[in-house]
Design a protein around this ligand. Structure first.
Ligand SMILES: C[S@@+](CC[C@H](N)C(=O)[O-])C[C@H]1O[C@@H](n2cnc3c(N)ncnc32)[C@H](O)[C@@H]1O
Length: 235
């Protein structure tokens, strides 16, 4: 039921982004609530865009701070949440271990150095704190974002096709604001870290029992759609 509802809202993402992104933020907070309470906790929303997640976490009583490098994204829904900071996720302006919880939703595929972003989120999180990380992997049916499904023919071909069809470049430009990030390498990277315990690794939008697809190299790159990782910083 939950997955079907999210998919229905996703189909209306272009015409009614507010409803879709608000529902997604609420769903993300529910997923995190299985692992930790958020009330009175310090939460960092990295690459928070217009602030859907920040608003949701604040509504649930968290002390949530939004960090977003792109002013256009920050202002895309009008007034951003109070205290939002223009800042890059690679260099968060917070001390080591400042956060109880560090969140980034659908940001990793928009950075050139995913490892750098993950390391910075871990630096900003206190030992024992959690990192909520989700991203659309490249070979997902939505991996090319608005260029999908033509990204399966290659990023450049998909970009050229989009330009021809729409008379303008896509918002998400391969090699500039959209990068191929896969499931296997990120899973291996986080599992290899001694300071990280992987509490949850699963396709974000599917029911719990679909987590088993992550055991299938190759297939997981296509069917996962969006990988959710909930990590505990252990050291
Ligand atoms: C698809 S939006 C997601 C926004 C928000 N997290 C949400 O779920 O509503 C991707 C966001 O990543 C941001 N972003 C891109 N590069 C970034 C970086 N180096 N550090 C932090 N955020 C970045 C973009 O500006 C954009 O706001």
């Amino acid at each position: 039921m939950r997955s079907a509802r999210l998919f229905r809202l996703f189909l209306r993402e272009q015409s009614d982004p507010d409803t879709f992104y608000s529902a997604l933020a609420s769903d993300a907070a529910d997923q995190l609530a299985r692992y930790t309470a958020v009330r009175d906790r310090i939460v960092l929303d990295v690459g928070g865009g217009a602030g859907y997640l920040t608003r949701e976490f604040r509504r649930r009583g968290a002390r949530c701070y939004l960090f977003e490098p792109d002013p256009a994204e920050l202002l895309s829904r009008g007034e951003p949440p109070d205290g939002s900071v223009l800042a890059d996720g690679y260099w968060l302006p917070v001390r080591d271990g400042a956060a109880d919880i560090c969140v980034s939703s659908n940001v990793l595929e928009h950075v050139a150095d995913p490892r750098g972003l993950i390391e910075e989120m871990l630096r900003a999180t206190r030992p024992g704190g959690l990192v909520y990380l989700s991203y659309t992997n490249w070979y997902s049916p939505w991996g090319g974002h608005e260029m999908s499904p033509w990204h399966f023919l290659g990023a450049r071909a998909a970009e050229r096709r989009y330009q021809r069809a729409h008379g303008r470049p896509p918002k998400n430009r391969p090699g500039s604001t959209l990068f191929p990030v896969h499931v296997g390498p990120v899973l291996r990277m986080v599992r290899a870290r001694r300071d990280v315990e992987v509490l949850c690794a699963r396709p974000r939008y599917y029911p719990d029992w679909c987590g088993a697809v992550l055991l299938l190299p190759g297939i997981r790159e296509i069917v996962t759609w969006n990988l959710l990782l909930i990590l505990r910083r252990t050291g």
